[in-house]
Design a protein around this ligand. Structure first.
Ligand SMILES: [Zn+2]
Length: 164
């Protein structure tokens, strides 16, 4: 179970988040990225170290309740593994929502692992290693703040440039 963190922990979390300026943009995690292409956020609670995936952490915060282990944090809009936009804002849907593993698999099928058309960059054409590399390139591009040109270069570095 993942409980929402305290104010200091949440403030530290957001130091690793770069929000795209557009109303539908992803909120990008720019901290560590693991070998599954998802982010990593280290917590210290009750004297114990713990590592969590930032999109799950964000979802617990947005829901303002603990996230159970069986609950899946789904990227319903963007399929961007390092997106942590779990909040609705300005009438726009959250990118990360709570679901079940079966919904996760169904969504992958329906979206072709592509996450719809909301974002010009799609992840489905990448295998696991490709997704990890892409997450890390994006993270590096945004590490010092929003930089659309650097991000586009990072994301467009694809084996199939015609996709864009
Ligand atoms: Zn997103």
């Amino acid at each position: 179970m993942l409980e929402p963190g305290n104010a200091a922990e949440v403030a530290r979390f957001f130091r690793y988040v770069v929000k795209g300026p557009g109303p539908q943009d992803c909120w990008w995690w720019v901290g560590a990225v693991g070998n599954d292409s998802y982010g990593r956020y280290w917590l210290s609670r009750n004297g114990r170290q713990r590592v969590v995936r930032p999109h799950r952490y964000a979802l617990a915060l947005a829901l303002d309740r603990p996230l159970e282990d069986h609950e899946v944090a789904l990227h319903q809009v963007c399929d961007n593994p390092i997106c942590v936009r779990a909040w609705e804002a300005l009438g726009r849907r959250a990118h990360v929502v709570a679901g079940t593993q079966s919904e996760n698999l169904a969504g992958m099928g329906a979206k072709g692992r592509g996450g719809g058309k909301a974002q010009p960059w799609r992840w489905r054409e990448f295998d696991r290693a490709g997704r990890v590399a892409r997450s890390r390139r994006a993270r590096e591009a945004l590490r010092h703040g929003w930089d659309e040109e650097a991000l586009r270069k990072a994301l467009w570095h694809s084996r199939d440039p015609t996709l864009f």
